[in-house]
Each structure stands twice: as C-alpha cells, then as structure tokens.
Design a protein around this ligand. Structure first.
Ligand code: 5RP
Length: 224
C-alpha cells in the first residue's frame, strides 16, 4: 500500500472520533489534508452536523473553506478535538512537528484542544526524538545571523528555503531546522525557548493524547 493510502487511513480513523456539534482544530500537511477532506465529506453527506473548525495554517483554512467547512478564528473557547500529522512520534507520544512550517499556529491551536490526536503512517514512529528529523525552530527575521549563532550552541541550525528563497511562515518568521543530539527534549525545548530570537519550536511534548498510526497490515492506536 502507498504511504498516501496509509496517511488517508489514519486520517479517516481519526475523523471517526469527531461528533456532531464539536469544535475541531484542523492540522496542516499531507496527512492532515486527508482529515480535512474526510470531515468535509461527512458534513456533505450529513453524517456530521454543526461542526465549526479552527485552522492551523492559511493553506488548511483555504482547503477547509473550499470544501464547505465553517472556519472561525481561534478564540479562548476550548476545542473538543484537534487532528494533525507529525514528523516524528516517540513511544511516549512526544512529537516533532513543523516540517510543513506551521508549528506555531499548530501549537497555539492544539494546546487548546481537549483531545489532540496525532495521525501518521508508520514511517513517523521513532525510538527517540531527533532520530531522523531536525527540530524546526521558528525565529524572527530581525538579527537572524545572531539568532543562528545562539542556536548553534544546541546543534546545527540551517535556515529553511523554499523555491530557492528563505521560507517565510504564515506569521512572517523564518524556520531554522536544528539537527541536534541532545538526549533530553524537555531540557532542549526549555533552552531553545529561552534563546533570544526564537518564537517557538517544533517540540510538542506532552500534548498529544492519542496517536493513530497506519501500518501496512493494521491501524495502531495508542494513548499516553
Ligand atoms: C506542519 C506539520 C505537519 O503535520 C508535519 O510536517 C507532517 O506533515 P505530513 O503529514 O505532510 O508528513 O507539523 O507544520
């Protein structure tokens, strides 16, 4: 089965946790896209009603609206559920997110969900964070070289580019992808968050309540 089909399976399973009347956080990326499309399908076919959503990126907001989902701005009312992909999922359900550059809005939305469900194909499972992926760090544009020098204390930062230009996030910032070997993500997250110029990081520690991971032969579901 293709990875795309596995992503879709995980997404469809996650959307089965949404009930009519819920406020839903919509993730960003190629896996989250399938959840948005499945939610739209269920609304169109009347399997779900009275759903309002909050999106974690301009792209996801556009996709949701184009497919008939009502998207609101985030306000302080809790969300019932949020569904999003990840770049790495550890056995204790800690995550690296943000290879799709939406980490800041994702964190702001998903921290407000009563249940944050992470969805993925099996290639995202790792024994420890940083095994395969760098941690994306959202940084302000001003003084970027100084911020990169500060980040170099923690690993190897590389500014992300897209189409030959520096990538700019929906929030007007850059992303520095940081390769690290630090054994303790909690301590590293703390150090990064106190580094001048850093807005936030792609460490999502203790946030996901449940993972739905599609393997070739089964869908695995686990909670913290
Ligand atoms: C975007 C994200 C994505 O959820 C993450 O990068 C996974 O993306 P994909 O489902 O395309 O592999 O964090 O900021």
């Amino acid at each position: 089965m293709s990875l795309e089909a596995l992503k879709e399976q995980a997404a469809i399973k996650a959307v089965s946790h949404i009930q009519s009347g819920m406020r839903v956080g919509l993730g960003t990326g190629s896996t989250a896209k399938y959840a948005i499309l499945e939610l739209a399908r269920k609304l169109k076919e009347g399997e779900l009603t009275d759903i309002v959503a909050v999106a974690t990126s301009i792209d996801s907001e556009r996709l949701a609206r184009e497919n008939g989902i009502t998207v609101l701005d985030l306000d302080p009312t809790p969300l019932d559920i949020a569904i999003d992909g990840a770049d790495e999922i550890s056995p204790s359900l800690d995550l690296i997110k943000g290879l799709g550059a939406a980490l800041l809005r994702e964190k702001i939305v998903e921290v407000q969900a009563r249940e944050f469900i992470v969805i993925a194909d099996h290639t995202k499972l790792v024994s420890h964070l940083g095994q395969k992926a760098p941690v994306p760090v959202e940084v302000v544009q001003f003084g970027i070289q100084s911020t990169l020098q500060r980040l170099a204390r923690f690993g190897e930062p590389k500014l992300r580019e897209k189409n030959g230009e520096l990538l700019i996030t929906d929030n007007g910032n850059y992303i520095a992808d940081l390769r690290f070997s630090h054994p303790n993500p909690i301590a590293l997250e703390h150090s990064l968050k106190s580094t001048l110029g850093v807005v936030d990081t792609g460490f999502f520690l203790g946030m996901a309540a449940r993972a739905i991971v599609a393997h070739e032969d089964r869908i695995e579901e686990f909670s913290r």
